[in-house]
Every structure is written in C-alpha cells, then in structure tokens.
Design a protein around this ligand. Sequence first.
Ligand SMILES: [Zn+2]
Length: 237
Amino acid sequence: MLTGAGISTDSGIPDFRGPRGVWTEDPIAELLSTYDNYMADPELRQRAWIARRDNPAWQARPNAAHRALVRLAQARTVNIVTQNIDRLHQRAGSPPESVVEIHGNMFEVECTVCDFRTTMSATLERVAAGEPDPPCPDCGGILKAAVIMFGQQLNLRSMLTAQLVAETSDIFLGVGTSLQVEPAASLCGIAVEHGADLVIVNAEPTPYDSMATEVIRDPIGTALPDLVADLLARPDS
Ligand SMILES: [Zn+2]
C-alpha cells in the first residue's frame, strides 16, 4: 500500500498542499524544503532548524488509521510505502522492516557530503546550545534532515523496494494521497498492471480513481478501520 499526508492529518500534522497546508500558509516553508536554496543560504538553514524544532509532528500520536494497519499486519502480509516523514506507522507498531519511507524521515539527520548520520534530537540540542547551523562533526559539511527535499532525487533503493511492493501486492491501497506526485503515484498503476486490486481511500478525486476497484471518500480515520475489518473478515485471498 501507499500512504500519504491524509493518513496523518487526524494526528494533527497538516497536509502540505491542502487548503490549510503548511506551504499554502507559509511560502517560506517551501523555500526551506528546496535543496538548492537550503544549500546556498546559511540563514535559511538556521530557519530550517528552528522550523524542525517547532514542528507539530514531534507531539503527534498515531491515530485509528495507523493502528488499523497494525491489526491488518497481524493477519496478513502488509508492506507500507509511505510519503510521510513522521514515523507514525512505526510508532503505531508497524514493523519498521515493513515500512518504506520514500521521502525519508524527520527523526534523522544526514551530512550532504559524507556518510555521517545522527538523530534530529541530537542536532537540535546543538542548535539549542548555540550552533545555529551545526556542521558535520566528521567533515564540516552541511547537515540536513534525512528527508527528500524538492530538487533532490529519491533514494534508489527505497524506490526499488517500493516498486517491488507494488508488483507483489494482491490488494494495493492508496490512502490519503492525492496521487499527483511522481514517481510515488505510478506505484498504483504498477500494482494494477501486476494484477492487484486497487483501493483508493482519499477525500478528493485522484488520477487513478478510474483504475480502482473501489474508491472510498469517507474520512480516513473511520474508513480505514472499516476497510481493515472488512479485509480481516474475508477468507484469505
Ligand atoms: Zn560529513
């Protein structure tokens, strides 16, 4: 399955592109997430670390939809490809090895030059201690959150794993995603080409609705638990 921002809005994490989305309200936030701007401008990076510190996702808790997928995984093989960086699937109890974070995650920090990685909390402690734009301790390079920014390539290994999930699913769910960002969206097409039933759970229409065997427009917080109960009641397929 593929999950997007819509599965986390009930947890208090705003949808980036929705009517009350982060970027709609604050165009600076989009600049902070654009790789070339981030790399070129130390002041922008300082703002980016502050924005990470103040991100509502730190206080967010998994919701009924995340928990429903944990229940489903107790009975079926469930692989989750997520566009979300909030780790709410894992925090709900989905096994980490079953979650592919194609846009990275906000809990880790990586060096833009070498292989250094650390936690976001350790890096934010450095910011709080007086380093507004903390450099890599190994090579002095620029650090960034381990998320895919605009203008950055997706991680090849993650994308290949995501493709494999699409190719091998009997039922492929597209949950809380507008299916407008490639290459994530095309995973739905790949799944259908390989024989999966596509079920879309999203408030707004998507370009893949016509391929779907079922389209559910109800709120995800109730629709997904209902769908999972329905899948668990079916004989194993
Ligand atoms: Zn480095």
